[in-house]
Design a protein around this ligand. Structure first.
Ligand code: NAP
Length: 254
């Protein structure tokens, strides 16, 4: 049955950056479709408040932590390990952006973005492998879904050097991990979003018409778009897809 093929009911999920923007949309979708979903964000109060809000739709739990450093990554992984014996869906979504003219680009603006958008994804996935392996079967693999960006596929107009490099690296890392972990019944894929409304994008109203002219679908991304893609990859329906980078940009990178 199609509904069973695309089901995530009863699965355990972790969404980093689930307190805002795209991560919030993903967490809400997973909760609504029956996954027990943990969300990570830096602020414990915000994390708890959002988890309470999303619990109106199902099971959502806060797991506050800062993924920008190795101790933070390890703390999140061990906190999940204390609560769960297996993890079926890991969505590496937390991300930051920095842009500055080439001559003024700072080391901090490089490190902050690359550490969170690329390094933390690798080490959080590594730390959670025992839980991902515990939940994986040949028929129903565990799924890692990395949120990349169209900025990692095509060079955009912004001078966000560390962001574009980190996202391009994340897309390639997705292939490396997918190749390594496929035999262990763990799929690893990336979704490369175009413009979705969020704190990170903040498109001024007057610029919206010009931006939409660049998008063949003539709209921004919305919750159903990202939830549909994540559920496809995380459910049994996606079990033969691994190492893929799926554009979710309304055709903007064509
Ligand atoms: N929106 C778009 O158009 C777009 C397009 C392409 C790709 N993306 C990607 O989508 C992902 C989500 O972006 P967004 O637009 O939804 O941004 P957002 O609204 O700013 O959300 C970022 C999320 O990451 C969390 N976060 C930030 N730093 C963190 C840290 N050090 N440790 C743990 N969590 C942290 C934030 O929570 P706290 O602030 O509470 O920590 C928040 O939940 C990013 O990877 C971004 O690159 C977005």
């Amino acid at each position: 049955m199609v509904s069973e093929l695309f089901s995530v009911r009863g699965r355990v999920a972790l969404v980093t950056g689930g307190t805002s923007g795209i991560g919030y949309m993903i967490a809400k979708g997973l909760v609504e479709h029956g996954a027990k979903t943990y969300i990570v964000g830096r602020n414990p109060d915000t994390c708890s408040a959002i988890a309470t809000e999303l619990s109106a739709f199902g099971q959502c739990l806060p797991l506050a932590g800062d993924l920008s450093s190795m101790p933070g990554v390890e703390a999140v992984a061990s906190a999940l390990g204390e609560r769960e014996s297996m993890l079926h869906i890991l969505v590496n979504n937390a991300g930051a952006m920095y842009d500055a003219p080439l001559g003024e680009f700072t080391e901090q603006g490089w490190d902050d973005v690359v550490d969170l958008n690329l390094k933390s994804v690798f080490f959080l996935t590594q730390s959670l492998l025992p839980l991902l392996r515990a939940g994986a079967t040949a028929d129903y693999p565990s799924a890692v879904v990395n949120i990349g960006s169209m900025g990692g596929t095509r060079v955009g107009p912004k001078e966000n050097y560390s962001y574009q490099a980190a996202k391009a690296g994340l897309h390639h890392l997705t292939g490396s991990l997918g190749k390594r972990l496929g035999g262990e019944n763990i799929t690893v894929n990336a979704i490369a979003p175009g413009f979705f409304p969020s704190r990170l994008t903040q498109i001024p109203d007057e610029q919206l018409p010009a931006i939409l002219q660049l998008v063949p679908r003539r709209r921004l991304g919305k919750e159903d778009d990202i939830v549909g893609s994540v559920i496809h990859l995380a459910s049994r329906a996606g079990s033969f897809i691994t190492g893929a980078v799926i554009p979710l940009d309304g055709g903007m990178t064509l």
